[in-house]
Design a protein around this ligand. Structure first.
Ligand code: GAP
Length: 442
């Protein structure tokens, strides 16, 4: 992580507290004291997370003519991980304090040479630690039944390369995209949902002809940066950083991180790697299958090169929240507002009767009934209308619809916009259209 002075508008504790209070993200197993940096997504968090995944799928699959989707299983034949190199290379270097027995990643202690950062005790020699989670398949717990929880979704794509090629009759270049859970037995976790042992990934393997790989690598670096900007991330908070050769993974001939300026400094958000033909060649060797593309025009058998953009869903959720968080003063009061892109906002429209009046509540509920099948909505009639606007601002709801006493006469309602706080009167008959115009498709 860089030492640069953080510019984030919110610190991680404030964000984590908002997330818990408003139902975005809860500490897992909290009634038992929590569990090892694991987190659960609450009613608003699950909406935000799904919207992030949908935004990625839209850009990476739906809008393109050269990428298809896949959903492979988490448990795979353990030979997959031998072929990919994970059983030997997927390691972190671990040191342990001989006094307090805290464990650290050796690379994170570079800036603190000497003793243990917790108690200054002596540290053990560094040793390699494989970060794959091991389990057993079936009732017998022996070496023959060992399996791993996948540490990356990418291998599910490589082992299905032949199936997808045959089923879809694709030509190079083409990509296979996948979203799903990954597990890594990280030595250190923390910074809220930044680094956890269970997380979700969005990965795409783009298969191309050797010799065109660098062009595609450059293309995907820019394309992925643009995706974050498209969904509202502020330019000054995001950048690309190319790895030095010694930093790259064993399979990579070029790696770039999309980095974000977190409260703790610049750090990785997404990795884009040129994985060469490493994975397909290794799986072909181990499985005895020809994992190649046959070019009918030239009569050549080609082992494609692969360019991979790999993003973490949870890290995306985190940076969209950090980037959206604003505090401002309105008429002498603090207004906390999540300026989330409307496409990502968990709730698109809140329906609010001006008060709990016995005529307004049923009228507002009728408006809610009308909107519910069309938008993700929320109904709220507790406390003053001003407080309810603030509550919706705090969770990023772009539009509120207010039902007042005039509604009973003129069959019109007020739309209030989150960012400008402007209000406009609209007939209920035109409400759906008016809301759609204010919730732009991306
Ligand atoms: N298949 C390539 C690959 O897995 P990676 O850079 O190790 O690459 C990709 O991981 C992304 O997954 C990271 O950029 C990050 O967003 C996310 N990620 C990795 N480890 C994570 C962890 N322990 N907790 C949360 N997200 C993580």
């Amino acid at each position: 992580m860089s030492e640069e002075t953080p510019k984030a508008t919110v610190d991680m504790d404030t964000l984590a507290s908002l997330c818990k209070r408003r139902g975005f993200i809860f500490p897992s197993s909290e009634i038992y004291g929590g569990f090892e940096s694991t987190w659960d997504y609450g009613p608003l968090g699950v909406e935000l997370k799904q919207n992030v995944k949908r935004a990625w799928w839209k850009a990476m699959v739906q809008e393109r003519d050269d990428i298809v989707g896949l959903d492979a299983s988490i448990l795979m034949n353990p030979r997959v991980w031998e072929a990919s190199g994970h059983t030997t290379h997927f390691t972190d270097t671990l040191v342990e304090c001989q006094r307090c027995h805290h464990r650290f990643r050796a690379d994170e202690l570079k800036s603190a040479p000497g003793g243990c950062p917790e108690c200054e005790g002596p540290l053990t020699e560094a040793r390699q630690f494989n970060t794959m989670f091991k389990t057993f398949v079936g009732p017998v717990e022996d070496e023959a039944s060992v399996a791993y929880l996948r540490p990356e979704t990418a291998q599910g794509i490589f082992v299905n390369f032949e199936n997808v090629l045959t089923a879809t009759r694709r030509k190079l270049p083409f990509g296979i995209a996948q979203q799903g859970k990954e597990f890594r037995n990280e030595i250190t976790t923390g910074n809220f949902i930044f680094r956890t042992r269970e997380f979700e990934a969005m990965e795409m393997e783009f298969f191309c002809k050797p010799g065109t790989d660098d062009e595609w690598y450059q293309y995907w670096r820019q394309e992925r940066l643009n995706w974050y900007l498209r969904f509202g991330v502020r330019k000054e908070n995001i950048r690309l950083r190319e790895y030095a050769p010694e930093e790259r993974a064993h399979y990579s001939s070029g790696t770039t991180d999309v980095e974000y300026l977190y409260p703790m400094g610049w750090a990785e958000l997404e990795g884009i790697a040129n994985r060469t033909d490493y994975d397909l060649r290794r799986h072909a060797e181990m499985s005895g299958r020809r994992l190649e593309f046959f070019d009918e025009e030239t009569g050549e058998h080609i082992v494609p090169y692969v360019v991979e953009p790999a993003a973490g869903v949870d890290r995306c959720v985190l940076i969209f929240l950090l980037d959206a968080y604003h505090e401002e003063e309105v008429r002498g009061e603090k207004r906390v507002i999540l300026r989330l892109h409307p496409y990502l906002a968990p709730i698109k429209v809140a329906v609010l009767p001006l008060s709990r009046n016995e005529q307004l509540v049923p009228a507002a509920r009728r408006v809610w009934d009308l909107l519910r099948p069309r938008f993700m909505t929320q109904y709220d009639d507790a406390q003053s209308i001003g407080r309810r606007y603030r509550r919706q601002d705090e969770v990023g709801t772009p539009l509120c619809v207010t039902v007042d006493f005039d509604t009973l006469e003129d069959q019109a309602v007020t739309i209030r916009e989150r960012d400008s706080m402007e209000q406009v009167r609209v007939p209920i008959a035109n409400l759906e259209q008016a809301l759609r115009e204010r919730l732009p498709e991306v």
